[in-house]
Structure formats: structure tokens, C-alpha cells
Design a protein around this ligand. Structure first.
Ligand code: 76R
Length: 254
């Protein structure tokens, strides 16, 4: 019997990583740089207020380390909207200096492991749970925040194969996982988005926190929990900090 959990999907996500060509940027004439910045700031500010769609959110982050310099995150109702934003940004003069060095496509998801009653009948559950579940599908990006993004999958080894476990076993493991997560309420907000059939891993995990050590702590603690220790596989990690779109000039000035 096929035993996939029920899921519900919300906004599509694009994590658009950019690497700046600093040599080209420094060598560019002042007025070209100014025009490029103005265009990029306008683009980013406009997206942050979501003037292009009924719903969604966007934000820009400064990434630390060699993997990228900037991360632009978009959440929108459809993949088409997200793709249009990517193309628009690529069309700005600024993008001539900021190559897309990495990207990740996913869709926010809730699954029926820990609140099956919501999936049976969303109207039957209390308002708080309903709001909580819906909120996971339409995430808001916190303003002054650190971000950690990484893709992950559930393991499919002969010894530990997540997809061979029964629904009950998986639900129990996810409940244990959720218990750890709850201890970080108010410190961490997370966006879990499925990338099954969309990108190279099964989920994209985006964690936000005011204090970066809370991110380190939750990921570390979860490593000891069987849902991750036995069944978690992880890709590359990216870490950064959000800044307001109008600070792009300051960022590029170094
Ligand atoms: O929504 C709920 O609260 C129910 C419990 C729950 C589920 C079903 C939950 C809670 N998560 C669920 C699903 Mn999660 N989550 C991660 C990571 O680094 C690692 O080891 C894992 C990365 C973190 C940090 C995290 C945080 N979670 C999932 C799934 C989908 C599984 C599936 O469908 O098969 C993944 C991939 C995943 C990964 N999780 C929580 C948190 C936190 C902080 C919570 C507490 C809930 C909250 O208060 O928001």
C-alpha cells in the first residue's frame, strides 16, 4: 500500500543566489554603477512590498563565505510569478555584475504527520491550529534577521530507509522532531518547502533568527534526534543576514 502522507502546498519559493564580480564592479564607470544600483534597489524594494502580486514576500540577504554574495528570496502563489521575477532581476543592469551562482526552487508544504485532523477537515480544528497551518504555507520573512538555508532529503539506505517505514513510524519520528522544534518557538522561524520533483533535494529548509547561535543550536540538537540522525541527509549550507533593499548601495560600497 502506498503510504505517502497527505500534504498541502502554499507559496512557491525561489532562492536566487548571486555572486558579485567585484573587479568588474570596481572598474565600471561611476554613472553605470549608480544606474545599476538604482534599478536593482527599485526592483528589490518593489518586490519587498509585493507590488507585483496579490500575495507573497521577498527579501535580500548578504551571504557570508565564498558560495555566494547575495541571496534574493521570493515567495509567490505560482511558479510562473517566481520565474518572472527571476527573469526581471536578470534583466536589470545590476545583474550584469551579479551572476546567478546557485538557485533553489521549492513550494511551502505542510504534511499530515502531526495534525491529521486538519487534513481530514480543516474546519473541525481550533482556530489557532488552523492559523498555524495556514501560516506555514504563506510565510513572512522577518525583517532584521539572520538566515540559514540548506536543502535536505530523507535517507533511502538499506539500513535506514525513510520511505520503507510505516506511516505510524514516520508520524512518531516527526512528532519527536516537532517537540524539539517547539522548544525554539519565538527564537527560530522556519520555512519548510518541498522540492520533490522540483529541485535536487527533497526539501529546502530556511531558518530565520535574531541570534545566529539559536540556528546553530537547533540544527545541532536535531542532529541527535532520530528523524535527522538516522534519516536526514543534508546539502550545502548558506548563511547570511537580511538587509533593507535601500541599503544595497552601502553593501556594494564595501
Ligand atoms: O508543524 C508542526 O509543528 C508539526 C511538527 C513538524 C513537522 C511535521 C515540524 C516541526 N517539522 C515538520 C516537518 Mn520541521 N524542521 C526541519 C529542520 O536540520 C535538521 O535536522 C532538519 C531541518 C528544522 C530545523 C525544522 C524545524 N521538518 C518537517 C519536514 C518535512 C518532513 C516530511 O514531510 O516528511 C522537514 C524536512 C523538516 C525539517 N520543525 C518543527 C522545526 C521546528 C522549529 C518545528 C517546531 C514547529 C513550530 O513551532 O513551528
Amino acid at each position: 500500500m502506498v503510504d505517502a502522507p497527505q500534504t498541502e502546498e502554499g507559496w512557491f519559493a525561489l532562492h536566487d543566489f548571486r555572486t558579485v564580480d567585484w573587479d568588474a564592479w570596481r572598474e565600471a564607470p561611476e554613472r553605470d554603477r549608480e544606474a545599476a544600483l538604482e534599478e536593482a534597489e527599485h526592483f528589490l524594494k518593489h518586490r519587498e512590498v509585493v507590488a507585483d502580486a496579490e500575495e507573497g514576500d521577498s527579501a535580500v540577504f548578504a551571504i557570508t563565505g565564498h558560495k555566494a554574495d547575495l541571496l534574493v528570496v521570493h515567495f509567490r502563489e505560482t511558479l510562473d510569478e517566481v520565474e518572472r521575477l527571476e527573469r526581471r532581476f536578470e534583466g536589470t543592469a545590476f545583474a550584469e555584475y551579479a551572476e546567478q551562482s546557485h538557485s533553489y526552487v521549492s513550494v511551502t508544504e505542510i504534511s499530515g504527520y502531526t495534525s491529521p485532523e486538519y487534513f481530514e477537515d480543516p474546519e473541525s480544528v481550533d482556530e489557532g491550529l488552523k492559523r498555524y497551518m495556514e501560516g506555514k504555507l504563506t510565510p513572512e520573512i522577518p525583517e532584521d534577521t539572520y538566515v540559514s538555508f540548506y536543502p535536505m532529503s530523507k535517507r533511502r539506505d538499506p539500513e535506514y530507509n525513510w520511505y520503507d517505514l510505516s506511516m505510524e513510524e514516520r508520524a512518531e519520528l516527526m512528532a519527536g522532531h516537532g517537540e524539539i522544534g517547539k522548544q525554539y518557538a519565538g527564537k527560530i522561524s522556519q520555512v519548510i518547502a518541498s522540492s520533490v520533483g522540483l529541485d535536487d533535494w527533497e526539501w529546502g529548509v530556511t531558518l530565520f533568527a535574531d541570534d545566529l547561535t539559536d540556528i546553530k543550536d537547533i540544527v545541532y540538537e536535531m542532529r541527535f534526534d532520530p528523524a535527522s540522525s538516522r534519516y536526514g541527509e543534508f546539502g550545502e549550507f548558506f548563511v547570511g543576514r537580511r538587509f533593507p533593499a535601500e541599503d544595497l548601495s552601502a553593501y556594494m560600497a564595501g
